[in-house]
Design a protein around this ligand. Structure first.
Ligand code: PMP
Length: 410
């Protein structure tokens, strides 16, 4: 077929792109960008408290002293100094790794994409928590994986459910390839996978030949600074561990990393080289100099307390305004409150009314691939100010209470 600019039709698309579902959620995120909108939608940090003056002097110093290096191509693995910092951060979660085992990426999102590109064949089954991070699932679906959800309870994904799901996939003749899990302050559920379950889940994966994709952008963001041990140390041969500076420091730097099993390291490096050549050198230098100053840890602590306060104000507001029968969990860190509204209220339909009234959230359906989530929603509480949380919460209360009074019809 002859393809011209005017005639690119669905027929020209790669099968994997044609098969992708158009996402309703994009509309929600577009609305979140409108000026004045109170956004509970973006899983974004609040950057107002970053030391911009210090960052500006550091940026000026880097450019003055090492401009030709900072703005040149660089090593595809990332800068050694930044990788050393990454190793120290991972040690806080019990991970022992050398700086030469880590690949720095353009956010952990790119690292997830590398992993799927390297490891997923069309039709492979990837298990993911129910609900799970929409952007992570989209990566796996983009490589034509079949996602199968595993139910969670207050201690994270339920190991017996994982075992049952593996057996069902096997019985259907499909390949069970791996588990995608966000063990800390899960996006969107806000739940932690309990320490006992981390081992149990790892053992199930090992016994069944499954890979583990351990995605951990929130692990150091517990409100009280408590960190839980990663899954990776007990299962280093089957685990891809993904980290990110986006939530702890600044997503605009676009820096994250992957620690793959040693046997896969070269594949990750080579594949990253193909897609990115190298992660941005200037950003890595700026980040590395920020991490050189121990003041960054005090800043992280300040953010933890700020986020705890925002979370508390959100919960206090919702308690006063949401219709009877609304439930939410009480996360001990991270960015998200997962809310369940009474049956019959459709959060996907109501989000448009909320947007018209100046507040936006992500409907629960975005976090499942199986059509569930209509009576659930995710509220991200880190980005809005306390005042916006009170105002936005009050609007949610009015819209949802009116819907409940109508018998749940949106
Ligand atoms: N994983 C999870 C669970 C996330 O919530 C996000 C961002 N929302 C990412 C990965 C990607 O983060 P980044 O690319 O900014 O590191």
């Amino acid at each position: 077929m002859q393809v011209t600019a005017e005639s690119i039709t669905d027929a020209a698309l790669a099968d994997r792109v044609r098969a992708a579902r158009p996402s309703e959620v994009r509309k929600v995120f577009r609305a979140a960008q409108r000026p004045g909108m109170i956004s509970f939608a973006n899983g974004a940090p609040y950057l107002g408290a970053l030391p911009f003056d210090a960052l500006a002097s550091s940026a000026a110093r880097i450019l003055a002293e090492a401009g030709p290096v900072a703005l040149q191509y660089g090593a595809s693995q990332g800068l050694p100094a930044l990788r050393e910092h990454i190793v120290s951060l991972m040690a806080l979660e019990g991970i022992t790794a050398g700086a030469d085992e880590v690949v720095v990426t353009a956010g952990s999102q790119q690292a997830l994409d590398l992993a799927a590109r390297i490891l997923v064949n069309p039709g492979d089954v990837i298990f993911a928590e129910a609900p799970s991070y929409a952007g992570g699932m989209a990566v796996f679906s983009g490589y034509e994986a079949d996602l199968v959800h595993i139910p969670m309870d207050a201690d994270g994904l339920v190991p017996e459910e994982l075992e049952n799901a593996i057996a069902a996939v096997r019985a259907s003749g499909r390949t069970a390839k791996g588990l995608y899990t966000i063990p800390n302050f899960q996006n969107p559920g806000g739940v932690n996978l309990s320490v006992e379950r981390r081992r149990r889940v790892g053992e199930i994966c090992r016994a069944n030949g499954l890979l583990i994709f351990e995605d951990n952008p929130y692990g150091l963001l517990g409100f009280d600074g408590t960190t839980l041990p990663a899954i990776q140390p007990d299962f280093p041969d089957i685990t891809m561990y993904f980290g990110s500076f986006s939530k702890m420091i600044a997503p605009g730097l676009r820096l994250g990393w992957v620690l793959p099993p040693a046997s896969l390291y070269t594949h990750f490096l080579n594949t990253s080289e193909t897609t990115l050549l190298n992660p941005p050198v200037f950003n890595q230098m700026l980040l590395s100099s920020y991490l050189d100053d121990p003041a960054w840890e005090a800043k992280l602590d300040e953010y933890r307390s700020l986020y705890r306060e925002k979370f508390q104000v959100l919960v206090e507001t919702l308690e006063q305004v949401m219709p009877e029968g609304t439930r939410w969990n009480l996360p001990t860190g991270g960015f998200y409150l997962w809310v369940t509204v009474p049956d019959g209220i459709d959060t996907e339909a109501l989000v448009h009314e909320c947007i018209d009234r100046g507040v936006v959230y992500v409907p629960g359906t975005a976090f499942y691939t199986n059509g569930r989530g209509h009576n659930e929603l995710r509220l991200s509480f880190c980005l809005p100010t306390l005042e916006q949380i009170r105002q936005g919460g009050a609007i949610l209360g009015e819209v949802f209470t009116a819907a409940a009074a109508k018998g749940g019809r949106a």
